[in-house]
Write a protein that binds this ligand. Structure first.
Ligand SMILES: [Zn+2]
Length: 300
């Protein structure tokens, strides 16, 4: 019989499950995280795991306040993988599901529409204009035998949102003074690929978008399908196309990502410190809908 994900995890860590995961994104991709952020954090390299959606990019197990946390780099993307689809996200959530993950922190950088560069946004809702995200959510649900129709009311965990907001507020010592915290916001999810046009951004703005990105809707949908809590810590990297100062700076965005990675990593660790042992006093596990309506209809 093939080795299961739990078997492989047990062999490497001596543990059967892990309650908390941290999906790293472009907020922290400019540094090794947590090694360059806080060298005192214990790290166990896990390698990749075999899933029905392909072999995952290598993960790490880190320990925060003595509690294990699965850490993925850059949304689980594979380096040099030409297939820029959502398989990497499906791989991560399959692993999370097998290992019993209940709560997830995501970090990301976004384009700002109502928030300026360096501001931090903790979204409370999203819009996806990439219908492929729903197709991929259906593909995941079908593969593992989950309901395909779930509610997306309150897609981000209110408990974890409070934890992240508090961690940002505690981090005035490491963030530039001009950083403004946005305690809510609507994340517009565009398809993976080229960035947006100025006309698209004007359209999103009219529809209520606060920030724009390419990753969060897929992660939020998979969390809801699997009844997991999820929160996103988003730093604004630049104004979205066509807005004030929206032109790209000479030399690209590298300097921004090098500067933001360590402070955002520290905010992430502070949030996890508060979350790892916190009771799950939220409705994320049951808001998806508990009645399987399909099963009630007669078979003909
Ligand atoms: Zn929750």
């Amino acid at each position: 019989m093939a080795e299961t994900i739990v078997d492989a995890f047990r062999q490497k860590t001596g543990l059967e499950s892990v309650r908390t995961a941290w999906i790293g994104g472009s907020a922290t991709w400019g540094a090794r995280c947590p090694e360059d952020v806080d060298p005192s954090v214990p790290v166990v390299p896990l390698g990749g795991f075999t899933t029905p959606f392909g072999e995952s990019y290598p993960l790490k197990l880190i320990f925060v306040e003595g509690e294990p946390v699965l850490r993925a780099r850059m949304h689980g993307w594979h380096r040099n993988n030409p297939a820029l689809d959502y398989s990497h996200t499906l791989q991560l959530f399959y692993i999370f599901r097998e290992l019993g993950v209940q709560q997830i922190l995501v970090d990301a950088s976004v384009g700002g529409i109502t928030a300026k560069p360096w501001d931090i946004v903790v979204p409370d809702d999203f819009v996806t204009v990439d219908q492929f995200t729903r197709y991929e959510a259906r593909r995941f649900a079908a593969a593992v035998g989950l309901r395909r129709q779930v509610r997306l009311a309150q897609p981000f965990c209110p408990r974890l949102r409070e934890v992240v907001i508090a961690a940002v507020r505690q981090s005035g010592d490491i963030l530039p003074a001009h950083v403004q915290l946005h305690t809510r916001g609507v994340y517009f999810n565009t398809p993976l690929g080229p960035f947006e046009t100025a006309a698209e951004i004007r359209s999103f703005q009219a529809q209520g978008a606060d920030v724009v990105g390419m990753t969060l809707a897929m992660e939020a949908m998979l969390a809801r399908l699997n009844r997991m809590c999820l929160v996103s810590l988003d730093i604004v990297a630049n104004w979205a196309e066509g807005l004030e100062g929206g032109e790209w700076i000479e030399g690209g965005m590298d300097q921004f990502y090098e500067r933001c990675a360590v402070p955002l990593g520290i905010v992430g660790l502070r949030a996890l410190t508060a979350a790892v042992r916190q009771a799950r006093a939220c409705h994320c596990a049951d808001i998806a809908g508990v009645v399987d309506g399909v099963a009630k209809f007669p078979v003909e």
